[in-house]
Write a protein that binds this ligand. Structure first.
Ligand code: ATP
Ligand code: MG
Length: 439
Protein backbone atom coordinates (compact mmCIF):
# COMPACT_ATOMS: atom_id res chain seq x y z
CA UNK A 1 0.00 0.00 0.00
CA UNK A 2 1.25 3.46 -0.82
CA UNK A 3 1.60 6.09 1.86
CA UNK A 4 -0.88 8.94 1.73
CA UNK A 5 -0.73 12.27 3.51
CA UNK A 6 -2.89 13.13 6.47
CA UNK A 7 -4.69 15.94 4.66
CA UNK A 8 -6.00 13.44 2.11
CA UNK A 9 -7.90 11.43 4.74
CA UNK A 10 -11.19 13.39 4.87
CA UNK A 11 -12.06 12.29 1.36
CA UNK A 12 -11.19 8.65 2.04
CA UNK A 13 -13.78 7.77 4.70
CA UNK A 14 -14.44 4.04 4.74
CA UNK A 15 -11.09 3.15 3.20
CA UNK A 16 -7.98 1.61 4.69
CA UNK A 17 -4.95 3.87 4.26
CA UNK A 18 -1.27 3.91 5.15
CA UNK A 19 0.17 6.90 7.01
CA UNK A 20 3.68 7.73 8.19
CA UNK A 21 4.59 10.49 10.57
CA UNK A 22 5.52 11.71 14.02
CA UNK A 23 3.61 10.97 17.18
CA UNK A 24 2.60 14.24 18.69
CA UNK A 25 1.15 12.70 21.81
CA UNK A 26 -0.40 9.49 23.13
CA UNK A 27 -3.42 9.54 25.41
CA UNK A 28 -4.93 6.48 27.07
CA UNK A 29 -8.63 6.35 27.92
CA UNK A 30 -9.25 3.08 29.70
CA UNK A 31 -8.37 0.42 27.18
CA UNK A 32 -8.51 2.81 24.24
CA UNK A 33 -5.28 4.40 23.10
CA UNK A 34 -5.36 7.67 21.19
CA UNK A 35 -2.42 8.95 19.21
CA UNK A 36 -2.14 12.29 17.47
CA UNK A 37 -0.06 11.76 14.36
CA UNK A 38 1.44 14.53 12.28
CA UNK A 39 3.13 14.70 8.91
CA UNK A 40 4.02 17.58 6.64
CA UNK A 41 0.42 18.06 5.62
CA UNK A 42 -1.34 18.10 8.97
CA UNK A 43 -2.37 16.25 12.09
CA UNK A 44 -4.91 13.52 12.76
CA UNK A 45 -6.27 11.56 15.69
CA UNK A 46 -5.85 7.79 15.64
CA UNK A 47 -7.55 5.31 17.90
CA UNK A 48 -6.25 1.86 18.76
CA UNK A 49 -8.81 -0.55 20.18
CA UNK A 50 -7.81 -3.60 22.26
CA UNK A 51 -9.26 -5.96 19.65
CA UNK A 52 -6.39 -5.14 17.33
CA UNK A 53 -4.00 -6.95 19.62
CA UNK A 54 -0.68 -6.44 17.82
CA UNK A 55 -1.31 -2.79 17.12
CA UNK A 56 -2.51 -2.27 20.70
CA UNK A 57 0.62 -3.88 22.14
CA UNK A 58 2.83 -1.75 19.88
CA UNK A 59 0.89 1.40 20.70
CA UNK A 60 1.50 0.95 24.43
CA UNK A 61 5.20 1.55 23.82
CA UNK A 62 4.68 4.70 21.79
CA UNK A 63 5.90 8.03 23.15
CA UNK A 64 5.93 11.55 21.74
CA UNK A 65 8.19 11.96 18.72
CA UNK A 66 8.22 8.29 17.78
CA UNK A 67 8.14 8.03 14.01
CA UNK A 68 5.63 5.40 13.02
CA UNK A 69 3.82 3.79 10.14
CA UNK A 70 0.19 2.80 10.48
CA UNK A 71 -2.49 1.21 8.42
CA UNK A 72 -6.04 1.85 9.42
CA UNK A 73 -9.58 2.65 8.52
CA UNK A 74 -10.61 6.25 7.96
CA UNK A 75 -13.78 6.90 9.93
CA UNK A 76 -15.99 9.91 10.43
CA UNK A 77 -15.57 10.96 14.03
CA UNK A 78 -18.58 10.18 16.16
CA UNK A 79 -20.42 13.44 16.74
CA UNK A 80 -18.96 15.14 13.67
CA UNK A 81 -15.98 17.48 13.64
CA UNK A 82 -14.58 17.39 17.17
CA UNK A 83 -11.80 19.75 16.34
CA UNK A 84 -12.92 22.30 13.81
CA UNK A 85 -9.62 24.11 13.96
CA UNK A 86 -7.89 21.45 11.87
CA UNK A 87 -9.13 20.23 8.48
CA UNK A 88 -8.89 16.61 9.57
CA UNK A 89 -10.88 17.26 12.76
CA UNK A 90 -13.90 15.41 11.39
CA UNK A 91 -12.12 12.10 10.80
CA UNK A 92 -9.99 9.66 12.71
CA UNK A 93 -8.03 6.53 11.92
CA UNK A 94 -8.93 3.21 13.49
CA UNK A 95 -5.53 1.60 13.50
CA UNK A 96 -5.11 -1.97 12.27
CA UNK A 97 -1.33 -2.15 12.08
CA UNK A 98 1.31 -0.01 13.73
CA UNK A 99 5.09 -0.16 13.25
CA UNK A 100 7.84 1.99 14.68
CA UNK A 101 10.14 3.41 12.00
CA UNK A 102 12.42 5.40 14.27
CA UNK A 103 12.38 6.70 17.81
CA UNK A 104 14.17 9.08 20.15
CA UNK A 105 17.18 7.49 21.84
CA UNK A 106 16.94 9.84 24.80
CA UNK A 107 14.44 11.43 27.14
CA UNK A 108 13.08 14.49 25.33
CA UNK A 109 14.41 17.67 27.00
CA UNK A 110 11.20 19.60 26.24
CA UNK A 111 7.63 18.56 25.62
CA UNK A 112 6.84 19.93 22.21
CA UNK A 113 3.39 18.36 21.90
CA UNK A 114 1.77 21.27 23.74
CA UNK A 115 0.12 24.16 21.92
CA UNK A 116 2.01 26.86 23.84
CA UNK A 117 5.62 26.08 24.67
CA UNK A 118 6.10 28.93 27.17
CA UNK A 119 9.87 28.48 27.19
CA UNK A 120 12.49 31.17 27.49
CA UNK A 121 14.50 32.17 24.44
CA UNK A 122 17.65 30.25 25.37
CA UNK A 123 15.69 27.04 25.84
CA UNK A 124 13.97 27.59 22.51
CA UNK A 125 17.33 28.04 20.82
CA UNK A 126 19.40 25.46 22.71
CA UNK A 127 16.94 22.69 21.86
CA UNK A 128 16.34 24.01 18.39
CA UNK A 129 16.05 20.82 16.36
CA UNK A 130 13.37 19.53 18.70
CA UNK A 131 11.61 22.83 19.43
CA UNK A 132 11.19 23.48 15.72
CA UNK A 133 8.90 20.44 15.52
CA UNK A 134 6.28 22.22 17.63
CA UNK A 135 3.23 23.17 15.56
CA UNK A 136 3.16 26.79 16.59
CA UNK A 137 6.90 27.20 16.04
CA UNK A 138 6.65 25.57 12.63
CA UNK A 139 3.98 28.10 11.71
CA UNK A 140 6.61 30.84 11.91
CA UNK A 141 8.58 29.25 9.11
CA UNK A 142 5.56 28.60 6.95
CA UNK A 143 4.87 32.31 7.13
CA UNK A 144 8.53 33.07 6.51
CA UNK A 145 8.55 30.87 3.41
CA UNK A 146 5.36 32.45 2.14
CA UNK A 147 6.80 35.89 2.75
CA UNK A 148 10.05 35.40 0.83
CA UNK A 149 8.20 33.51 -1.89
CA UNK A 150 5.79 36.41 -2.31
CA UNK A 151 8.69 38.85 -2.32
CA UNK A 152 10.38 37.01 -5.16
CA UNK A 153 7.13 36.72 -7.11
CA UNK A 154 6.28 40.40 -6.97
CA UNK A 155 9.73 41.73 -7.78
CA UNK A 156 10.02 39.33 -10.72
CA UNK A 157 6.63 40.50 -11.87
CA UNK A 158 7.98 44.03 -11.66
CA UNK A 159 10.85 43.16 -13.98
CA UNK A 160 13.66 42.53 -11.48
CA UNK A 161 16.07 39.75 -12.37
CA UNK A 162 17.13 37.46 -9.55
CA UNK A 163 20.89 37.45 -9.01
CA UNK A 164 23.26 35.86 -6.51
CA UNK A 165 26.35 37.80 -5.53
CA UNK A 166 29.54 36.66 -3.76
CA UNK A 167 29.61 36.65 0.01
CA UNK A 168 33.40 36.36 0.29
CA UNK A 169 34.93 39.73 -0.45
CA UNK A 170 38.40 41.14 -0.80
CA UNK A 171 37.62 44.26 1.21
CA UNK A 172 34.96 45.38 3.61
CA UNK A 173 32.03 46.66 1.56
CA UNK A 174 31.22 50.07 2.92
CA UNK A 175 33.97 50.71 5.39
CA UNK A 176 33.17 50.59 9.09
CA UNK A 177 33.97 47.90 11.58
CA UNK A 178 31.00 45.57 11.35
CA UNK A 179 32.55 42.96 9.07
CA UNK A 180 33.86 39.49 9.78
CA UNK A 181 37.41 38.79 8.68
CA UNK A 182 38.09 35.27 7.45
CA UNK A 183 41.11 33.34 6.21
CA UNK A 184 41.04 32.94 2.45
CA UNK A 185 44.00 30.73 1.44
CA UNK A 186 47.05 32.88 2.10
CA UNK A 187 45.23 36.16 2.52
CA UNK A 188 42.46 37.81 4.50
CA UNK A 189 38.95 38.18 3.18
CA UNK A 190 35.68 39.50 4.53
CA UNK A 191 32.12 38.25 4.70
CA UNK A 192 29.71 40.48 2.79
CA UNK A 193 27.83 42.94 4.99
CA UNK A 194 25.55 43.76 2.04
CA UNK A 195 25.29 43.01 -1.69
CA UNK A 196 25.34 46.76 -2.32
CA UNK A 197 28.16 47.03 -4.84
CA UNK A 198 27.21 43.96 -6.81
CA UNK A 199 23.57 44.88 -7.11
CA UNK A 200 24.62 48.29 -8.39
CA UNK A 201 26.81 46.50 -10.93
CA UNK A 202 23.68 44.48 -11.71
CA UNK A 203 21.81 47.67 -12.60
CA UNK A 204 24.54 48.47 -15.11
CA UNK A 205 23.89 45.11 -16.72
CA UNK A 206 20.23 44.17 -16.22
CA UNK A 207 18.59 47.45 -15.19
CA UNK A 208 16.57 45.86 -12.36
CA UNK A 209 17.94 43.16 -10.07
CA UNK A 210 17.10 41.59 -6.75
CA UNK A 211 18.76 39.18 -4.39
CA UNK A 212 17.62 37.05 -1.51
CA UNK A 213 20.84 36.29 0.29
CA UNK A 214 22.88 36.05 3.46
CA UNK A 215 24.17 39.21 5.04
CA UNK A 216 26.85 39.13 7.73
CA UNK A 217 27.19 41.79 10.39
CA UNK A 218 29.87 41.60 13.05
CA UNK A 219 27.94 43.89 15.36
CA UNK A 220 28.18 42.87 19.02
CA UNK A 221 24.46 43.51 19.50
CA UNK A 222 22.31 42.19 22.30
CA UNK A 223 18.95 43.41 21.06
CA UNK A 224 15.69 41.80 20.04
CA UNK A 225 16.14 42.84 16.39
CA UNK A 226 19.77 42.05 15.53
CA UNK A 227 21.57 38.86 14.63
CA UNK A 228 24.96 38.40 13.02
CA UNK A 229 23.74 36.58 9.97
CA UNK A 230 20.43 37.39 8.35
CA UNK A 231 18.70 37.09 5.01
CA UNK A 232 18.48 40.34 3.11
CA UNK A 233 15.83 41.03 0.51
CA UNK A 234 17.71 43.44 -1.69
CA UNK A 235 16.65 45.17 -4.87
CA UNK A 236 18.13 47.82 -7.11
CA UNK A 237 16.53 49.57 -10.07
CA UNK A 238 17.77 51.80 -12.90
CA UNK A 239 16.26 54.76 -14.73
CA UNK A 240 14.55 56.24 -11.70
CA UNK A 241 13.34 59.80 -11.61
CA UNK A 242 14.15 60.09 -7.94
CA UNK A 243 14.10 58.14 -4.73
CA UNK A 244 10.30 58.47 -4.59
CA UNK A 245 10.24 55.88 -7.38
CA UNK A 246 12.13 53.48 -5.16
CA UNK A 247 9.72 54.05 -2.28
CA UNK A 248 6.75 53.58 -4.59
CA UNK A 249 8.19 50.26 -5.75
CA UNK A 250 8.89 49.07 -2.22
CA UNK A 251 5.38 50.11 -1.22
CA UNK A 252 3.95 47.97 -4.00
CA UNK A 253 6.15 45.06 -2.92
CA UNK A 254 5.13 45.27 0.73
CA UNK A 255 1.44 45.57 -0.18
CA UNK A 256 1.66 42.39 -2.25
CA UNK A 257 3.67 40.48 0.35
CA UNK A 258 1.20 41.36 3.11
CA UNK A 259 -1.81 40.34 1.02
CA UNK A 260 -0.23 37.02 0.08
CA UNK A 261 0.80 36.19 3.63
CA UNK A 262 -2.62 37.01 5.02
CA UNK A 263 -4.35 35.05 2.27
CA UNK A 264 -2.16 31.95 2.35
CA UNK A 265 -1.30 31.69 6.04
CA UNK A 266 -4.63 32.24 7.77
CA UNK A 267 -4.27 29.39 10.25
CA UNK A 268 -0.67 30.22 11.06
CA UNK A 269 -1.50 33.89 11.66
CA UNK A 270 -4.45 32.90 13.79
CA UNK A 271 -2.23 30.75 15.99
CA UNK A 272 -0.41 33.94 16.91
CA UNK A 273 -3.50 36.14 17.04
CA UNK A 274 -1.85 38.15 14.29
CA UNK A 275 -3.76 40.32 11.89
CA UNK A 276 -2.37 41.88 8.77
CA UNK A 277 -3.70 45.23 7.74
CA UNK A 278 -3.89 45.86 4.01
CA UNK A 279 -1.17 48.26 2.91
CA UNK A 280 -2.38 51.27 1.02
CA UNK A 281 -0.50 54.53 0.79
CA UNK A 282 2.41 54.35 3.22
CA UNK A 283 2.77 57.68 5.02
CA UNK A 284 6.05 59.52 4.35
CA UNK A 285 7.73 62.11 6.51
CA UNK A 286 11.12 63.70 6.68
CA UNK A 287 13.33 62.46 9.49
CA UNK A 288 13.41 66.01 10.83
CA UNK A 289 9.58 66.06 10.96
CA UNK A 290 9.62 62.77 12.83
CA UNK A 291 12.10 64.23 15.32
CA UNK A 292 9.78 67.21 15.82
CA UNK A 293 6.89 64.90 16.57
CA UNK A 294 9.03 62.96 19.05
CA UNK A 295 9.97 66.20 20.75
CA UNK A 296 6.48 67.74 20.83
CA UNK A 297 4.36 64.67 21.45
CA UNK A 298 6.65 62.49 23.53
CA UNK A 299 9.14 64.96 25.00
CA UNK A 300 11.97 63.01 23.40
CA UNK A 301 14.94 64.98 22.13
CA UNK A 302 17.78 63.54 20.06
CA UNK A 303 21.31 64.97 20.30
CA UNK A 304 21.78 64.86 16.55
CA UNK A 305 19.60 64.47 13.47
CA UNK A 306 19.13 60.74 13.86
CA UNK A 307 16.57 58.43 15.37
CA UNK A 308 17.13 55.58 17.81
CA UNK A 309 15.20 52.39 18.44
CA UNK A 310 12.89 54.03 20.97
CA UNK A 311 12.22 56.89 18.55
CA UNK A 312 11.32 54.41 15.81
CA UNK A 313 8.91 52.68 18.12
CA UNK A 314 7.25 55.93 19.17
CA UNK A 315 6.97 57.28 15.63
CA UNK A 316 5.27 54.06 14.56
CA UNK A 317 2.90 54.43 17.48
CA UNK A 318 2.13 58.00 16.40
CA UNK A 319 1.63 57.02 12.75
CA UNK A 320 -0.66 54.18 13.74
CA UNK A 321 -2.76 56.55 15.84
CA UNK A 322 -2.85 59.38 13.33
CA UNK A 323 -2.72 57.61 9.96
CA UNK A 324 -3.85 54.08 10.84
CA UNK A 325 -0.79 52.57 9.15
CA UNK A 326 1.64 49.93 10.39
CA UNK A 327 4.24 51.29 7.96
CA UNK A 328 5.95 54.64 7.63
CA UNK A 329 8.75 55.96 5.42
CA UNK A 330 11.18 58.34 7.08
CA UNK A 331 13.11 60.29 4.48
CA UNK A 332 16.06 62.63 4.00
CA UNK A 333 18.57 61.26 6.47
CA UNK A 334 21.63 63.50 6.99
CA UNK A 335 24.70 62.91 4.83
CA UNK A 336 26.94 62.11 7.78
CA UNK A 337 24.91 59.07 8.88
CA UNK A 338 24.36 57.62 5.41
CA UNK A 339 26.85 55.67 3.28
CA UNK A 340 29.06 57.56 0.84
CA UNK A 341 27.12 56.34 -2.19
CA UNK A 342 23.89 58.04 -1.06
CA UNK A 343 22.61 60.73 -3.43
CA UNK A 344 22.70 64.12 -1.73
CA UNK A 345 19.46 66.14 -1.64
CA UNK A 346 19.28 69.65 -3.14
CA UNK A 347 20.16 70.73 0.42
CA UNK A 348 23.41 68.73 0.55
CA UNK A 349 23.23 68.25 4.32
CA UNK A 350 20.61 65.62 3.59
CA UNK A 351 20.34 62.61 1.31
CA UNK A 352 17.74 61.17 -1.02
CA UNK A 353 17.35 58.18 1.26
CA UNK A 354 14.69 56.58 3.39
CA UNK A 355 14.06 54.00 6.06
CA UNK A 356 10.91 51.95 6.10
CA UNK A 357 9.58 51.32 9.59
CA UNK A 358 7.06 48.60 10.36
CA UNK A 359 5.29 48.13 13.68
CA UNK A 360 7.98 49.88 15.64
CA UNK A 361 11.23 48.88 13.90
CA UNK A 362 13.24 49.69 10.83
CA UNK A 363 12.80 46.93 8.28
CA UNK A 364 14.45 48.55 5.27
CA UNK A 365 16.91 51.24 4.27
CA UNK A 366 17.14 52.56 0.76
CA UNK A 367 17.46 55.51 -1.50
CA UNK A 368 18.91 56.91 -4.65
CA UNK A 369 22.63 56.28 -5.25
CA UNK A 370 25.22 58.58 -6.75
CA UNK A 371 25.71 57.48 -10.36
CA UNK A 372 28.27 60.04 -11.52
CA UNK A 373 31.86 58.84 -11.28
CA UNK A 374 33.42 62.19 -10.27
CA UNK A 375 30.72 62.87 -7.68
CA UNK A 376 31.17 59.40 -6.20
CA UNK A 377 34.94 59.78 -5.87
CA UNK A 378 34.45 63.17 -4.20
CA UNK A 379 31.91 61.66 -1.81
CA UNK A 380 34.29 58.84 -0.92
CA UNK A 381 36.98 61.34 -0.03
CA UNK A 382 34.53 63.33 2.06
CA UNK A 383 33.74 60.11 3.94
CA UNK A 384 37.51 59.58 4.41
CA UNK A 385 37.60 56.51 2.17
CA UNK A 386 40.40 55.78 -0.29
CA UNK A 387 39.03 55.55 -3.88
CA UNK A 388 41.96 53.29 -4.79
CA UNK A 389 40.52 50.59 -2.50
CA UNK A 390 37.23 50.80 -4.37
CA UNK A 391 38.60 50.72 -7.88
CA UNK A 392 36.57 47.71 -8.99
CA UNK A 393 33.41 49.28 -7.64
CA UNK A 394 34.30 52.52 -9.39
CA UNK A 395 34.57 50.71 -12.72
CA UNK A 396 30.76 50.45 -12.68
CA UNK A 397 30.55 54.23 -12.88
CA UNK A 398 33.48 54.69 -15.23
CA UNK A 399 31.59 52.68 -17.80
CA UNK A 400 28.39 54.66 -17.18
CA UNK A 401 25.24 53.72 -15.30
CA UNK A 402 21.70 55.18 -15.27
CA UNK A 403 20.27 57.01 -12.26
CA UNK A 404 19.33 54.25 -9.86
CA UNK A 405 18.37 53.31 -6.37
CA UNK A 406 17.18 50.43 -4.29
CA UNK A 407 16.68 49.00 -0.85
CA UNK A 408 17.93 46.48 1.65
CA UNK A 409 15.03 44.84 3.43
CA UNK A 410 15.47 42.53 6.41
CA UNK A 411 13.40 39.38 6.00
CA UNK A 412 13.35 38.16 9.59
CA UNK A 413 12.21 41.42 11.13
CA UNK A 414 9.13 41.38 8.91
CA UNK A 415 8.01 38.01 10.26
CA UNK A 416 9.02 38.91 13.81
CA UNK A 417 6.82 41.98 13.69
CA UNK A 418 3.86 40.36 11.90
CA UNK A 419 3.70 37.69 14.60
CA UNK A 420 4.71 39.86 17.53
CA UNK A 421 7.68 37.64 18.41
CA UNK A 422 9.79 38.84 21.32
CA UNK A 423 13.04 38.30 19.45
CA UNK A 424 14.09 38.20 15.81
CA UNK A 425 15.88 34.95 16.69
CA UNK A 426 12.54 33.16 16.96
CA UNK A 427 12.02 33.91 13.27
CA UNK A 428 15.29 32.19 12.31
CA UNK A 429 15.72 28.43 12.15
CA UNK A 430 19.27 28.42 13.49
CA UNK A 431 20.19 31.97 14.50
CA UNK A 432 23.71 33.29 14.87
CA UNK A 433 24.37 35.83 17.56
CA UNK A 434 27.35 37.02 19.56
CA UNK A 435 27.22 33.98 21.83
CA UNK A 436 25.63 31.44 19.53
CA UNK A 437 27.36 29.51 16.75
CA UNK A 438 25.45 26.30 17.45
CA UNK A 439 23.18 24.54 16.77
P1 ATP B 1 19.75 48.96 12.48
O1 ATP B 1 19.84 50.45 12.46
O2 ATP B 1 18.42 48.44 12.93
O3 ATP B 1 20.90 48.30 13.14
P2 ATP B 1 20.89 49.10 9.87
O4 ATP B 1 20.44 50.45 9.45
O5 ATP B 1 22.26 48.94 10.38
O6 ATP B 1 19.85 48.50 10.94
P3 ATP B 1 20.87 48.33 7.12
O7 ATP B 1 22.30 48.32 6.83
O8 ATP B 1 20.08 49.53 6.71
O9 ATP B 1 20.65 48.07 8.67
O10 ATP B 1 20.24 46.99 6.57
C1 ATP B 1 19.02 46.91 5.87
C2 ATP B 1 17.99 46.09 6.64
O11 ATP B 1 18.52 44.83 6.99
C3 ATP B 1 17.58 46.70 7.96
O12 ATP B 1 16.56 47.65 7.79
C4 ATP B 1 17.10 45.48 8.72
O13 ATP B 1 15.79 45.11 8.32
C5 ATP B 1 18.03 44.41 8.26
N1 ATP B 1 19.14 44.27 9.20
C6 ATP B 1 20.23 45.05 9.31
N2 ATP B 1 21.07 44.62 10.26
C7 ATP B 1 20.49 43.51 10.77
C8 ATP B 1 20.87 42.60 11.78
N3 ATP B 1 22.02 42.74 12.43
N4 ATP B 1 20.04 41.57 12.06
C9 ATP B 1 18.89 41.41 11.38
N5 ATP B 1 18.46 42.23 10.42
C10 ATP B 1 19.25 43.29 10.11
MG1 MG C 1 19.33 51.01 7.90
Amino acid sequence: MERILIDETPKLIGQVVKLQGWVNIRRDHGKLIFIDLRDRSGKIQMVIIPDKEDAHRAAKEIRSEYIIEVEGLVKARPGGAKNEKIPTGGVEIEVERLDVISKPEVELPVDISVEELNLNLDTLLDNRTLVLRNEKVKAIFKIYAEMIGAYARIVKQEGFLEIKTPKILDSATEGGANFFKIKYFDKDAYLAQSPQFYKQAGVGIFERVFEVGSVFRAEPHYTTRHVNEYIGLDAEMGFIGGFEDVMAELEKVMAYVMVEVSRNCQNELEAYGAQIMPVEKIPRMKLTEALDILDKEYGKKMDEVDIDAEGERLICEWVKKNHNSDFVFLTHYPTNIRPFYSMPSPDPQYTETFDLLFMGVEIASGGQRIHNYGQLVASMKKHKLDPEEFRHYLDIFKYGIPPHGGWGLGSERIVQKILGLGSIKEAILFPRDVKRLTP
